[in-house]
Design a protein around this ligand. Structure first.
Ligand SMILES: [Zn+2]
Length: 73
């Protein structure tokens, strides 16, 4: 079992399901579910509670906050 791979919960209001998928498969899993179950509508999405954290992590990863601090008049 690999426990070091981060998994992300996907929730779907219409299907009332929650599925955990590896971060690498996230986009694919979302596309697939929405394409197969909802004619391509973006119904299923990342758990909103996680989405915020995910955005923070990605932003930190890109160093966006560091860039802002370097700008001087
Ligand atoms: Zn669904």
């Amino acid at each position: 079992m690999s426990t070091d791979e981060p998994s992300v919960p996907i929730v779907c209001d219409e299907c009332e399901t929650e599925t955990r998928v590896p971060l690498d498969d996230l986009a694919d899993a979302l596309d697939k579910h929405n394409a197969q179950k909802h004619d391509g509508d973006a119904v299923a999405e990342v758990d909103p509670a996680i989405k915020d954290r995910l955005a923070d992590l990605v932003a930190e990863d890109l160093g966006l906050f560091d860039e802002e601090a370097t700008e001087e008049p």
